[in-house]
Write a protein that binds this ligand. Structure first.
Ligand code: ZN
Length: 302
C-alpha cells in the first residue's frame, strides 16, 4: 500500500524527473506546486493510523521519523547500526527500533543523503514502566552448570551474528504482519522477569498461547537465516524480512525449514512446542529492528 505513505503536501524538490513520473501522474491536477508555503509542513514523524509498524516512542517501541523527499533512498544510522528506511522519492521514513534498554529522553539518528551530506534527526523516547513477572522454572535453567553456561555463551555469540543480518529492504511499505500462530496474545512484552526469585533479562517478545503441534507460519515474506535448538529458546527459527527487520519464533516442537529457504506470508515453518526454558507450550515471537527487540504488537492490525 505505498499510497498510504503519501506525504502531507511535501513538494518535490529534485530536478531529476524519472522517479517521479508515476507519482506525478497520480497527483495530476492537484496543483501541489501552487500550495502556499504554510502548507509545506515540515516532516513531523506523525504517521497516519493505518501504517505498520505503529509508532510508539518508548523503550521497546518504534519511532517513525519522516525524512522528506529525495530522489534516492537516504541511508540512516542509529550510532553505527543501519536503519530501515521505507517510502519513495516523494517521502522517506526511517523505521527505528528502540531497545528495551534505551534511556528515555532525547535521541537522534544520522541521515546521509547523496549530494546533501550528513544531518541528524532528533526524536524523544518517552519513559515506560514495564511491570514485573515472577516465574517458576526448572532450577537448572536459572543457575547454569559450567557446561550449560559455556553452551549458552557459544549460542549467544552465534545469535549475535544472526542478529546482525542486513539485506535489502522489503519491497513494500506495508509491514503489517500476520500473527505466526493463532491464539491469545499475552501482553508480556517488556516485563521485567524474575525466575525463581532471580532477576533476568526482560521479556523481549510476545507469547502466544497455543497447543503443541499448532502450525507456525511466516508473519511476512522471509528468508530463513538460522535454525537450531538453543538452551533458553529451544527449537528456534530466525527469519529475515529485509532491511534489518528480523523475527524469531521459539520453543518449537518441530522445525520444517532450513537456512536459505524463502517463505511467503502465511507459509508454514514449524509447530508450537515447549522446548527450551518454558513453563508450558506456547509460541514466543520476537521482532527485531536494527538489532533492537521491539514489541511485535506494533506490527499487528489488532
Ligand atoms: Zn516469551
Amino acid at each position: 500500500m505505498p499510497d498510504r505513505y503519501l506525504p502531507r503536501a511535501v513538494p518535490f524538490t529534485s530536478t531529476s524527473p524519472s522517479p517521479f513520473t508515476r507519482r506525478a501522474a497520480l497527483w495530476g491536477g492537484l496543483a501541489l506546486w501552487a500550495l502556499p508555503a504554510s502548507h509545506l509542513v515540515a516532516a513531523t514523524g506523525a504517521a497516519p493510523p493505518d501504517v505498520w509498524p505503529r509508532a510508539l516512542q518508548v523503550p521497546g517501541g518504534v519511532a517513525r521519523l519522516a525524512l522528506g523527499p529525495a530522489p534516492e533512498r537516504p541511508v540512516a544510522y542509529a550510532g553505527d547500526i543501519p536503519l530501515l528506511v521505507l517510502g519513495d522519492a516523494a517521502g522517506w521514513t526511517a523505521i527505528v527500533g528502540i531497545a528495551l534498554a534505551a534511556e528515555p529522553g532525547e535521541a537522534s539518528i544520522a541521515i546521509e543523503t547523496p549530494g546533501h551530506g550528513r544531518r541528524t534527526v532528533p526524536y524523544t523516547i518517552a519513559p515506560k514502566r514495564y511491570s514485573e513477572q515472577r516465574l517458576k522454572v526448572a532450577p537448572r535453567t536459572v543457575d547454569l552448570s559450567p557446561e550449560d553456561q559455556a553452551r549458552y555463551e557459544r549460542e549467544r555469540d552465534h545469535q549475535a551474528l544472526v542478529m546482525a543480518t542486513l539485506t535489502e529492504p522489503p519491497h513494500t511499505n506495508s509491514l503489517q504482519m500476520r500473527a505466526p500462530t493463532p491464539g491469545r496474545h499475552s501482553s508480556s512484552f517488556g516485563l521485567r522477569r524474575v525466575f525463581n526469585g532471580q532477576a533476568r533479562n526482560p521479556h523481549s517478545g510476545m507469547d502466544i498461547a497455543a497447543a503443541t503441534g499448532t502450525p507456525v507460519v511466516a508473519p511476512l515474506p522471509a528468508r530463513v537465516i538460522d535454525t537450531g535448538d538453543y538452551f533458553f529458546n529451544g527449537n528456534t527459527v530466525w527469519l529475515d524480512h529485509g532491511g534489518g527487520l528480523l523475527s524469531m519464533v521459539c520453543h518449537l516442537s518441530a522445525i520444517g525449514v532450513k537456512p536459505g529457504d524463502t517463505l511467503k506470508t502465511g507459509e508454514r515453518l514449524g509447530a508450537v512446542g515447549a522446548t527450551g526454558r518454558v513453563t508450558g507450550p506456547h509460541l514466543h515471537w520476537g521482532v527485531m529492528l536494527n538489532r533492537a527487540m521491539v514489541d511485535p504488537a506494533l506490527f499487528l492490525a489488532a
